[in-house]
Structures are given as C-alpha cells and as structure tokens.
Design a protein around this ligand. Structure first.
Ligand SMILES: Nc1ncnc2c1ncn2[C@@H]1O[C@H](COP(=O)(O)OP(=O)(O)OP(=O)(O)O)[C@@H](O)[C@H]1O
Ligand SMILES: [Mg+2]
Length: 155
C-alpha cells in the first residue's frame, strides 16, 4: 500500500445527516484536481451518504446513485471533474486501470468507497475518512496531510 501521510488527524461526530452534510461541505471546499478521498467503513457505514454530501456542495443537483454496480460514476461540477468509485466488486487492483482511475485522478478528484480493495492505487496525499461507531455514536476519523485540516473549519 502507498505510504499514508498522516500529519493531520481529526474526529467528527456524525449524529445525523446534517452533520454528514457539513463534513461533506468541508471536504468539498478543500477538494482540488488530483485529490483522492478514501471512504473507509463497513456496509452501511455512511460512505455513499458522505460522497453525496460532497457532490451536492460542489453543485451536483442530479441524482447521485451508489456506484456499487457501475463501480464508477463521473460528475462534471463547476470547475472540477469528480469520479465517485465504489470498489466493493473489484477483485484485482489492476482492474482500476480499465476503470480509468489514473485518468480520473489526472483530470479531477476521486471519491473512493471500499478503498481496501485496491489500496495501493491511492495517492499518498489522499484524505482518509474512516466511518464507524465510537462509544456507540457515528464518528468520522480523518487522517491525511496537513492541508486537509481545513475540512474541520465548519463541522
Ligand atoms: N450521519 C448519519 N446519521 C444517520 N444516518 C446516516 C448517517 N449517515 C448515513 N446514514 C444512513 O445510513 C444508511 C447507509 O448509508 P450509506 O448507503 O451511505 O452507507 P455505505 O457505507 O455507502 O454502504 P455500502 O457499504 O453499502 O456502500 C443510509 O440509510 C443513510 O441514510
Ligand atoms: Mg455505499
């Protein structure tokens, strides 16, 4: 796996969908071409919900379906192309080539559900978001390079 740069760490409670929307808005505000956001978490942890919140904030008004079956959905947001991946059905990391992952990262930002299926494709500067329960409450644990700290400004 690519080395994970973890100079920034944060935890965000996500008690409801509004909290997820605020975190999504914070991530959207920091997102640039070449960025990857890895969305870790078990089935139903809230990965697609957070991806949707990021895309909404970037101006996507169309439906944002879970890409479980298509594996990738591409969006042209004003100023930034965003590809939303769900790698649950990916069996070999080399499939990512056919799925246009390198091009998507060259041309825009990528949001990746189930990154554990092909962790080595993530760039070292990726923001990692781990969705899960902490002390019985939904929480997002964030790690990545220091520049991602800005995502916490308004959560
Ligand atoms: N912060 C939250 N508070 C309450 N409910 C939430 C929150 N985030 C997500 N949910 C709910 O959890 C359910 C599962 O969410 P979601 O589909 O985003 O999970 P997922 O991690 O993408 O699942 P999968 O592994 O199947 O892709 C949805 O009904 C969603 O509305
Ligand atoms: Mg999902």
């Amino acid at each position: 796996m690519a080395e994970i740069s973890e100079t920034f760490r944060g935890a965000v409670p996500l008690p409801d969908l509004d909290a997820t929307a605020r975190l999504g808005a914070g991530i959207a505000g920091a997102l640039r071409a070449g960025d990857a956001v890895a969305l870790w978490g078990d089935l139903g942890a809230g990965k697609t919900t957070l991806a949707r919140a990021i895309l909404r904030k970037l101006g996507v008004s169309e439906d944002v379906p879970s890409p479980t079956f298509t594996i990738v959905q591409a969006y042209d947001t004003p100023g930034l192309a965003v590809s939303h991946y769900d790698l649950y059905r990916v069996k070999q990391p080399r499939e990512m080539q056919e799925l246009g992952f390198d091009d998507a990262l060259d041309q825009g930002a990528v949001l990746v559900e189930w990154p554990e299926r092909a962790p080595e494709i993530l760039p070292p500067e990726a923001l990692h978001v781990r969705l899960g329960m902490q002390d019985g409450a939904r929480t997002a644990r964030l790690t990545g390079p220091a520049r991602w700290e800005s995502v916490l400004a308004h959560v």
